[in-house]
Design a protein around this ligand. Sequence first.
Ligand code: NAD
Length: 435
Amino acid sequence: MRISVIGCGYLGAVHAASMAHLGHEVVGIDVDERKIALLSSGQAPFFEPGLPDVLASSIASGRLRFTTDFAAAADADVHFVAVGTPQVADGDAADMRYVDAAFSTLLKHAKPGDVLVGKSTVPVGTAARLAEQVESTVPGATLAWNPEFLREGFAVKDTIAPDRLVYGVPAGEAGERAARILDEVYASAVATGTPVIVTDYATAELVKVSANAFLATKISFINAMAEIAEATGADVTQLADAIGHDARIGRRFLNAGVGFGGGCLPKDIRAFSARARELGKGEALAFLTEVDKINLRRRERVVELVREEVGDLEGARVAMLGLAFKPHSDDIRDSPALDVAMRLAEARAVVTATDPEALESAAGKAPQLTYAASAEEAVRDADVVVLLTEWPQFTGLDPAAIGELVARRSIIDGRNCLDPAAWRDAGWTYRGLGR
Ligand code: NAD
């Protein structure tokens, strides 16, 4: 199929490269010239395992190209819109400027019979509004909403072999045709039995935000238990193991720690709450405000633990292991690790931070921190070591060897990912969250 992908960020670049890998003819379009130049030369503008390989092979095959020229979309019959929907600066809602601009420009180049497919995460009601614009501007074109569930760090795999496909389409023949075309786009996944849910626009939009609301709630639930564990001397990791054996609860996403971040969960739960309030149903999602608060309190808890360890934060030497919001990604959007590092620096601690992939993006956002190329370099002469992103490079550290480099053997395990006994045996003071 001939496909255009509008917006080539974390979602769009992976989608474009993966669709070409599956055999489609793809053009990726973005307003960011730097990004397009990098992608055109086969380089990923961000760290994502596997992306450089699919980019290189798809460009070499001639099936994938990138441009800033929207007119290139005219050659495609299916157009995916994957632009950003960040939080507005002055509230909780999603900023819809990029989606609206992308559709307005795309519609200048679309033709009757084309299927325009929204992939961005949007407030419920957006697709119905855009469908009117599509129908009135290009009669005979159809809008579908096909939310994306990829996980950064596994984005290529999740795009090529998703765990489910959701198509929001209009009722009637146009919607049935759009669903058939999406089945062709995803033919390889459909052939292997991937569940396909064909539904209306509102349900498709809600599937995405409710999935993220559920995941955020699960993390904040266990972090609330961590708060109670801290007050009672219980161990939240054992508690999670024990309740996780109940298949109705499940152990995944039940790791207490410094909480969730990134370009999706935090802004998605806030936008979902904002949309519920607009609909007069704010009460239904009032719990998400608590979910957000629990999550942010964990960051302050880490700052408190550092203070307890060093006494006075001013001048204390803190080694920060991790900056990305999660391992296997360089994404620092709303990263708990970077936020804690900035809070400590604000309190005049001397923070030296490291991360296998996020140094460059963090240095751009937080120039007040000192950066080191490795854990060994970061921990040199540190009064306390704080682990906030569970990269294998950090979870595999040898406490005895690292202990030779620090000023004091004190570690705060903000992801509960280290073996407390091993660190204590090597002479460290070990502090986890909720244990
Ligand atoms: P991003 O910021 O990495 O990428 C957005 C891209 O859109 C940027 O490259 C930007 O230059 C481009 N853009 C903005 N306006 C444009 C326009 N008018 N025309 C063309 N390009 C334009 O964001 P992202 O993480 O890729 O997220 C995109 C959407 O996908 C968001 O709605 C997000 O919530 C959703 N999503 C993201 C993920 C993820 O893991 N990153 C997963 C699922 C869903």
